[in-house]
Write a protein that binds this ligand. Structure first.
Ligand code: 26V
Length: 832
């Protein structure tokens, strides 16, 4: 590689800066140059081309800072952290990058000069849907906060050709369509970096050799298939701070000149088939957020991510360091759930087999660098992989896992010599010959954290109790957050302006400043302004809903919203039961203390999750009946928002009055949608689950609609849960079940909802939906009555925003950094 003189490097930077002015004229000039010269289009072309031209223009303006940040991180001895995640749910980037660069207004004016609308251009960007839901979006929020905090953190993920499927609703049913988000061209934000291509092995066999010179026993992984990992880098700008961090996404490709022998032997088709098999690895995101265990391709994806990323970090390390004695001092890996927990075995393999480091030394390095975050308590989501699959795909990592387990079980046996049961329970390889990825992650990490206080405690008491007994010091909590840049400043510009005018702009980088709003909660003038902003946001949301579904909402009705993945534990069903209850009240003329409502649902069901798909159909059928009944009119409207995604939430959360967070207590690890709603001034109706607990604590119980069983009550009730008893005791529930069971919502589709009805009536219903029904409708009535007093409601709405300061990922990242990573912030400055 050419080594460049520092003076030349600086000259190059100065030149780049000079040619990427942040003023309106420079933006306009560059935009036209990209559009007309580079892309061969003109300002009258489709919005998508305008979006691309403006994105390139924006990327140019990030590039200097990006290079400088890279330089600052790699040319001094700095500790760095790597966030390993199978998902980064980025969504759109143009408006976010303009905001963080501080050139939103300039870009809008430049477009205006050309009689173009920035908003329309931004709207034509497709979501980068490289994630399922909360876990993937959290990773994206973390990246934004790390860049803003100037932490040297790099994200590693996969560049799926197809992201999260697109959801269409046909006759009330979910239909999945492939999301070829890259389109025919490329993603304007990414930069391909072929020079950092890595090679990942699969299959073959592991052989031991005694080195003839040293007499050392070494292991070779032979006859493996080799697949190239090509990195594509995406810039992650901090907020107005000249820092641009990197998200590196790997794309699989067959080795260049692959299988020449097969080709020469005339097996051209086999050779091509092999090539496409290799490229399959990063073809598609698994659209499941709980089960789907045992799929070979998914395990390949996981190993591909982990191996390429670790090789990348080690190669970078070796450029500047001799040996690995200080590796753990300068590198930290955060595992986003168990999906990348093969990193434990892979780092051991690379250190022992490739770098010739002794096992004990390598193990020390591994456990000192790895940290694991758990994101779910649902047993079906805990990853296990058959040993047989490992034998076929990953023979050498399997041997290493066996050795890790052997040594670990010796440790357990020392501590509890007589307790064979415990040794069996804790084995990384279980009695059915499956590798438990969670146990591998715990054993190989120095830190294990949950994502909300309740969840972290439940991990210690339940799922990981045995491990907590050996290593209590590993366990800690890091309550989730969301980035206020995207989830307030960007998605709610009117509220941003009101906040800036009232308390200044500091909240954008220090969300605790929002507490300065508290004195305004009872100020009539301020309440008025607040109400106007909320109403405008509701108008915008109603407009989008009208466009997507044809349903017209009354902006003065209460917008009651539940958007999230469709899952039984999240209990969209409980919400539907409440809707049916309201409908039945209207039909029987029980209109006392009535509040008009628009109930909005949105979310995707995993394609193989039959019950979740039935729930979508039920919501749509109920919507059809309710919305077309002339007795109902404006009193109640129900909509299912199709294809819920990041960019949809950016319109939904500012326009919401009531946020539904109604999972069975103890099941939702944290939730992050709950935080977005709160920040944008919605009130929550919710159970004591996940981060709801902390939300309620922050805003005060008088500003939160709490209902339902608590976690210990749920568990105590389980053995004698009797749904019929709840029906017998509650005439409202009898009316609701009567309507459902009479086929009122499936008149021409007999038996369609039998499974749903059966599941709610089952004494084994794990989600105990009927147990919380009465408490839920009671609290819903309290919320409805509260809404009738608008000044009270607005006060509570203001207080929700004012108390949401702790739910910034800036706070979350500071905690990860203080307790786990211990990085020093690096300021990047191009002033001189
Ligand atoms: C699991 C699987 C299983 C195999 C197929 C693909 C796949 C994809 C994702 C997952 C993980 C699901 C776990 C998850 O998303 N947890 C959510 O994490 C959020 C961020 O911490 C948290 O707010 C939510 O409460 C939690 O459900």
């Amino acid at each position: 590689m050419a080594s460049v003189n520092e003076a030349v490097r600086l000259e190059c930077i100065a030149d780049m800066l000079q040619h990427t002015g942040l003023d309106r004229e420079s933006i306009e000039t560059d935009f036209l140059r990209y559009l007309c010269h580079f892309m061969g289009r003109n300002p009258g072309s489709e919005d998508y081309y305008l979006f691309k031209a403006l994105s390139y223009t924006t990327r140019d303006r990030l590039m200097t800072y990006w290079k400088e940040t890279w330089h600052a991180y790699n040319n001094q001895n700095l500790k760095k952290a790597y966030y390993l995640s199978m998902e980064f749910l980025i969504g759109r980037s143009l408006s976010n990058n303009l905001l963080n660069l501080g050139i939103e207004h300039e870009a809008a004016e430049a477009m205006h000069d050309l009689t173009l609308s920035l908003e329309e251009i931004e709207d034509s960007e497709r979501d980068a849907g490289l994630g399922n839901g909360g876990l993937g979006r959290l990773a994206a929020c973390f990246m934004d906060s790390c860049a803003t905090l100037q932490l040297p953190v790099m994200g590693y993920g996969l560049r799926y050709e197809y992201g999260m499927f697109r959801q269409r609703i046909q006759n009330g049913f979910q239909v999945e369509e492939p999301d070829h988000w890259l389109g025919t061209g490329q993603y304007p934000w990414e930069v391909m970096r072929s020079e950092y291509t890595r090679v990942v092995k699969f299959g073959g066999a592991s052989r031991q050799y005694t080195d003839p010179h040293s007499g050392q026993l070494t292991v070779h992984w032979e006859n493996a298939e080799e697949i190239q990992a090509i990195p594509f880098d995406v810039p992650i700008p901090g907020y107005k701070n000249q820092t641009v961090n990197t998200l590196r996404l790997w794309s699989a490709s067959a080795q260049e000149g692959f299988n020449l022998t097969e080709f020469n032997a005339g097996s051209y088709h086999e050779a091509i088939a092999k090539k496409s098999e290799a490229e399959n690895i990063t073809m598609v995101l698994y659209p499941n957020d709980s089960s789907e265990n045992g799929k070979e391709l998914r395990l390949k994806q996981q190993y591909f991510l982990v191996s390429a990323s670790l090789q990348d970090v080690i190669a970078q390390w070796k450029k500047h360091n001799d040996g690995f004695s200080r590796f753990a001092e300068y590198n930290a890996f955060q595992l986003n759930d168990t999906h990348p927990s093969l990193a434990v075995a892979e780092l051991m393999r690379l250190l022992v087999d490739k770098e010739g480091i002794k096992w004990d030394e390598a193990w020390k390095i591994t456990t000192q660098t790895m940290a694991y975050t758990n994101h779910t308590l649902l047993p079906e989501a805990l990853e296990k992989w058959p040993v047989s699959l490992f034998e076929r795909l990953l023979p050498r990592p399997l041997e290493i896992i066996y050795e890790i387990n052997r040594r670990f079980l010796m440790q357990v046996a020392m501590k509890w010599p007589a307790d064979l049961q415990r040794q069996r329970r804790m084995s990384i390889i279980d009695e059915h010959n499956n590798v438990s990825m969670a146990y591998l992650a715990i054993v190989g990490s120095h830190s294990v954290n949950g994502v909300a206080e309740l969840h972290s405690n439940l991990l210690k008491e339940g799922l990981f109790h045995d491990f907590y007994e050996i290593w209590p010091e590993k366990f800690n909590n890091k309550t989730n957050g969301v980035t206020q840049r995207r989830w307030l400043a960007m998605c709610n510009p009117e509220l941003r302006e009101l906040l800036n005018d009232t308390i200044g702009e500091e909240w954008i980088t220090d969300l605790s400043q929002l507490s300065n709003l508290k004195p305004y909660a009872t100020d009539a003038g301020f309440q008025n302004k607040w109400a106007i902003v909320k109403r405008n946001n509701k108008k915008r949301l109603a407009g989008l809903i009208k466009k997507q579904t044809g349903v017209e909402l009354n902006v003065d009705s209460m917008f009651d919203v539940q958007v999230k993945r469709i899952h039984e534990y999240k209990r969209q069903l409980l919400n539907v039961l409440h809707v049916i209850h309201l409908y039945s009240r209207i039909k029987r003329g029980d209109m006392e203390n009535w509040t008009n409502r628009s109930v909005i649902f949105g979310g995707k069901a995993a394609p193989g999750y039959a019950m979740a798909k039935q729930i979508i159909k039920l919501i749509n059928n109920v919507a059809e009946v309710v919305n077309s009944d002339p007795d109902v009119g404006d009193k109640l409207k129900v909509v299912f928002f199709p294809n819920y995604r990041v960019s949809a939430m950016e319109v939904i959360c500012p326009g919401t009055d009531l946020s539904e967070q109604i999972s069975t207590a103890g099941k939702e690890a944290s939730g992050t949608g709950n935080m977005k709603f709160m920040m944008n001034g919605a009130l929550t109706i919710g159970t004591l689950d996940g981060a709801n607990v902390e939300i309620r604590e922050a805003v005060g119980p008088e500003n939160f609609f709490l209902f339902g069983l608590h976690t210990p009550e749920v568990e105590a009730l389980r053995p004698h849960y009797n749904p019929q008893g709840y029906i017998d005791q509650c005439y409202e529930l009898q009316a609701v079940m009567g309507l459902l069971e009479s086929g009122h919502f499936n008149q021409f589709e007999p038996g369609l909802f039998d499974d749903i009805i059966h599941s709610m009536r089952s004494p084994n219903d794990p989600w105990m939906t009927l147990a919380d029904f009465h408490a839920y409708i009671t609290e819903q009535q309290i919320a409805a009555s509260a809404y009738l007093n608008q000044s009270e409601w607005i006060k509570m709405s203001i207080l929700n925003t004012a108390c949401s300061g702790i739910f910034s990922t800036d706070r979350t990242m500071q905690e990860y950094n203080k307790d786990i990573w211990k990085l020093t912030p690096v300021s990047v400055s191009l002033e001189e």
